[in-house]
Design a binder for this molecule. Structure first.
Ligand SMILES: NC(=O)c1ccc[n+]([C@@H]2O[C@H](COP(=O)([O-])OP(=O)(O)OC[C@H]3O[C@@H](n4cnc5c(N)ncnc54)[C@H](O)[C@@H]3O)[C@@H](O)[C@H]2O)c1
Ligand SMILES: [Zn+2]
Length: 359
């Protein structure tokens, strides 16, 4: 088992990564010290992993809430269901929520924990690659507004993150690849050596060789944790984690949520950001090719079809990351070197988008 720390003063917490964590009751009891526990999961994940967690927490006053699967559950009405459950159980301020699932369950449960009695503890037990490398770390919690993703939320750090790598064995391949988009992003913005490691080990990663998987999750969490430790509330540097996301969010909303998984839209967005950086003379074309090649090898798309570049650009301007002083976006000055940059001229953006369109 690997252990690393997110350093945030009194809000610091450990991330534990490795196989078999859910079968380790001592570890679970140590990590979830509260006497009252509400486990939140969904109809896909609960039949696979809930019983292990329940066995380990047998000594606690415990409730379980199993929600339908899907992004639609990241809503205020589902948040109410969690609060109803906590109130019905008579849970106090020292109760703890446990999020067993992917990013949807993690974001929703984390936000419920942030709201209940103005903030109680929660533990992340992420079961998708995306959640293990990205969403469970850093304390961003939210639900969606019908018109905008993640529009209602809070920063609320978990008590700990328990990433059992064995759970990834049941994850559909497409979901696994979607998580890799965020991993590639972490290498690209901050660490050339990690990007090179991914190029060399992508085959082992795709077949989920245990050592490769644990290393990949650990490095990814370390990179994210370092950025979060520097800028917890995204006043500056944390924005680097949005590489590919300004294009990606616009692609998701232009094509209707559901066509692409988030990680797939981000993968195309990273390809577009790399192309924009190349058009601006910030990176060489060989690097742009390397980036596209790794994304493709990870089983992800780099091109979109049926998209009108100007419609995409318009949507990019209403992304919530766009600020009053104009659109900023994350570009690359090299592999492993992301920078927050003013959006370039629209003609450059249009060319970069066009280069990633087919049909
Ligand atoms: N908080 C953050 O910093 C942050 C960062 C990135 C993404 N997010 C959010 O995360 C969400 C996406 O997360 P996701 O990609 O994990 O999606 P998800 O939670 O919808 O999970 C994807 C699918 O895999 C299923 N699943 C989960 N674990 C499984 C397992 N072990 N075996 C089989 N199936 C399993 C889920 O039930 C679901 O059908 C989005 O809502 C996004 O906004 C948040
Ligand atoms: Zn993302």
């Amino acid at each position: 088992m690997e252990k690393l720390q997110v350093s945030l003063g009194e809000r610091s917490y450990p991330i534990l990564i490795g196989p078999g964590l859910l079968g380790d009751s001592d570890l679970l009891v140590d990590s979830i010290p509260a006497a009252q526990v509400l486990v939140v999961s969904n109809e896909t994940v609960a039949p696979l992993y809930l019983s292990k967690l329940e066995q380990a927490l047998a000594s606690k006053q415990k409730r379980v809430l199993i929600l339908p699967d899907g992004e639609e559950e990241k809503s205020l009405s589902t948040l109410s269901k969690i609060v109803d459950e906590l109130v019905a159980a008579g849970f106090h301020r020292d109760a703890c929520l446990v999020a067993l699932g992917g990013g949807v369950i993690g974001d929703l449960t984390g936000f419920a924990a942030a709201c209940y009695q103005r903030g109680i503890d929660y533990v992340q037990v992420p079961t998708t690659l995306l959640a293990q490398v990205d969403s469970s770390v850093g304390g961003k919690t939210a639900v969606n507004h019908p018109k905008a993703k993640n529009m209602i939320g809070a920063f609320h750090q978990p008590l700990c993150v328990l990433a059992d790598t064995d759970t990834l064995a049941t994850l559909p391949e497409r979901e696994f690849s979607a998580g890799l988009a965020e991993v590639i992003k972490h290498g690209l913005i901050l660490e050339d050596a990690f990007f090179c490691w991914l190029e060399d080990h992508i085959a082992d990663v795709l077949t989920q060789k245990p050592d490769a998987l644990t290393y990949l999750i650990r490095r990814s969490c370390e990179i994210k944790a370092a950025i979060v430790a520097e800028d917890e509330l995204e006043k500056g540097r944390r924005a680097l984690l949005n590489l590919g996301h300004t294009f990606g969010h616009a692609l998701e909303s232009l094509s209707g949520y559901g066509k692409w998984l988030h990680g797939e839209a981000v993968a195309i967005g990273i390809a577009m950001a790399a192309r924009t950086s190349m058009e601006l003379g910030m990176i060489k074309s060989v690097d742009c090719d390397r980036i596209q090649s790794l994304i493709i090898q990870a089983g992800l798309p780099v091109t979109a079809s049926g998209i009108e570049p100007d419609a995409l650009i318009e949507l990019m301007h209403i992304d919530k990351k766009a600020r009053a002083q104009g659109l900023k976006m994350v570009l690359l000055e090299g592999v492993g070197k992301g920078i927050l940059h003013n959006a370039p001229d629209e003609s450059i953006l249009r060319n970069a988008i066009q280069a990633q369109l087919t049909g």
